[in-house]
Design a protein around this ligand. Structure first.
Ligand code: HEC
Length: 190
């Protein structure tokens, strides 16, 4: 087969494949372009530097109320966690564990381990309360994040958190992660 014939065969095949895909989609009647409104419901990631944080604000005091009503049943009144029969580890402890990370039995909590306060907001927004995820408003999320940080002695009792102040909260273990992994097979891209 000459080169130009081969190329023509490839192009015709690609053209047919595209036509067939469009025809198949039409025939079975599935799929449509995502609308900006539908996309917005999924576009909720918040990064370590706070990019993606929504408007709103919440205080430790407001968070205390929300925590006792929507979180304490599983995580304990003081964020100490709860044993659950049959579930390894139970419901996570959210408070304490400082100074244990380099011991034989490290206690990983939001306070002792997580490097960014903004991750707390992001995680609770997408996943908590476990039985009703994404049911809290942005104000409630800022408030309950403030309260979890307060229980860990990371912010003072009069703290009010929003998109500007939350990323400024310095987490105790922020420097505990390696940014450049020296192993040759996992080198980060420049
Ligand atoms: C019905 C029980 C339940 C309720 C209510 C609940 N959680 Fe959770 N929470 C869990 C479970 C189970 C996990 C572990 C989930 C996993 O590992 O996939 C978890 C994990 C977490 C974590 C991550 C802990 C870690 O170190 O990995 C945070 C933070 C958290 N919850 C905060 C909250 C907050 C704040 C509320 C209230 C708004 C809340 N949770 C309500 C059961 C619950």
């Amino acid at each position: 087969m000459s080169r130009s014939v081969a190329l023509a065969v490839v192009l015709i095949t690609l053209g047919l494949a595209a036509d067939m895909t469009a025809a198949a989609a039409e025939r079975v009647g599935i799929g449509h372009a995502i609308s900006p409104q539908d996309f917005a419901a999924w576009d909720i990631d918040v990064r370590g530097d706070g990019a993606g944080l929504p408007p709103g604000q919440g205080s430790v005091t407001q968070g205390r109320e929300i925590f006792s009503q929507t979180c304490a049943a599983c995580h304990g009144d003081k964020g100490e966690g709860r044993a659950v029969p049959g579930a390894v580890g139970g419901f996570d402890r959210l408070v304490g564990g400082f100074g244990t990370l380099d011991t034989a039995s490290p206690t990983l909590t939001v306070g002792s381990y997580w490097p960014y306060a903004t991750t707390l907001f992001d995680y609770v927004r997408r996943a908590m309360p476990f039985n009703a995820p994404q049911s809290l408003t942005n104000d409630q999320l800022y408030a309950v994040s403030a309260y979890v940080l307060y229980m860990n002695n990371i912010v003072p009792e009069d703290a009010v958190l929003d998109a500007l102040t939350l990323p400024r909260v310095k987490m105790p273990n922020q420097e505990g992660f390696i940014t450049q992994d020296p192993r040759p097979d996992v080198r980060s891209k420049p």
